[in-house]
Design a protein around this ligand. Sequence first.
Ligand code: AMP
Ligand code: MG
Length: 416
Amino acid sequence: MQPLLNVDSALAKILADMKTLPAETVSLPEAHNRVIAEDIVSPIDLPPFHNSAMDGYAIHYEDSVDADPANPVTLSVAMDILAGSAPAARLEPGQAARIMTGAPVPAGATAVIPVEDTDDDWSKDENSPLPASARLHRPLAPGENIRRAGENIAAGATVMAAGAVIGPAEIGMLAGIGCRRVDVIRQPKVAILSSGDELVDIYDDLTPGKIRDTNGYTLAGLIRQAGGIPIRLPIAKDTLDSIRALYRRALEINPDLLISTAGVSVGAADLVKGVMNELGDIDFWRINMRPGKPLAYGTIQGLPFFGLPGNPVSTMVTFEVLVKPALAKIAGRPFKQQTVKAIAAGALKSDGRRSYNRVILSQENGRIMAGTTGIQSSGALMSMVKADGLAIIPEGTTDVPPGSELDVILLRELDW
Ligand code: AMP
Ligand code: MG
């Protein structure tokens, strides 16, 4: 028997093989959640003009220095500037311009006094007429309540650098600078193939001896979460012909990654590895991890391929540990496995392989506690439904006493 391969060595080898996809151009609305392929430099100042941060009066700040509530300063109101309009004239000393939030500050004005700090209250009147004068109750500092042109971003500055993900704030900034189309890394197409004579799809009857294909669905979800496009193929039977035909079909789709599940173990019907070897260049690995020991990895006609173990939890855990980082590299996505330190709430067991135990996390006296989800069978997918994370029991450890500190891979955002 081949010795067990260390998880980190397996991952390093996989990552070294993965190549990031080229860019494609998409319209801005389509760019959300995509990875930008180019540095984006702002062609304009944002905001494009000095504008008011408040509803109030734009003034020469020097006119306000003697103002206090007992001795308000009175200025004549020379103009009315609404958001969206462009002031026609310069503001002279001694004058005030009524101005709304976001409206351009007229030339000459150096501060804006909020309406609350004057005698006015426009909210009482829907079409409040422009007053002839304004009474200021306090002095203003130069620049007060003025948002300067370019203070958000200056022309020539970088809005976002290549390799970053376009989130809601980024897409808003790209809209702000008038970006209509952007170059993003193409999303990886991932072909998924389930195999096994026992498998039926959700639309088929569950006749004796059959179970439903769950891996096809969990993998599609995991791939979407990782920014890929899953393409599910029909279920392969445990015959060489069926497996071969479906692998050929998978290749015709021209995917960027191919993932099959089951058939890579040592059972009598584990034919996948034979077909893989026939069509491509496959390594069979026995990895020092639990769940997920048997795994096939390699390339078929240049296409990277994973033959994941069939047990539903093994499929998910091997995806999390080995495929997700690989997919991130293909997708050009920044990736760091999110882990937290947690305290084992009860005793945990392993067989000495690096184990990924499904745990529920909770908070107790400022510490994060990890409690088992219960049955840890690699067939019990409910353990993944319940799990907040995967507690890593290092290789060589068989017994983890309560109170031990463990690294836990986060599988979801914690709601506490
Ligand atoms: P195998 O690798 O073919 O020996 O399968 C290992 C275990 O995983 C068996 O109990 C299979 O029935 C189960 N299994 C394999 N593929 C799937 C699948 N797509 N969905 C659910 N269970 C599966
Ligand atoms: Mg099987």
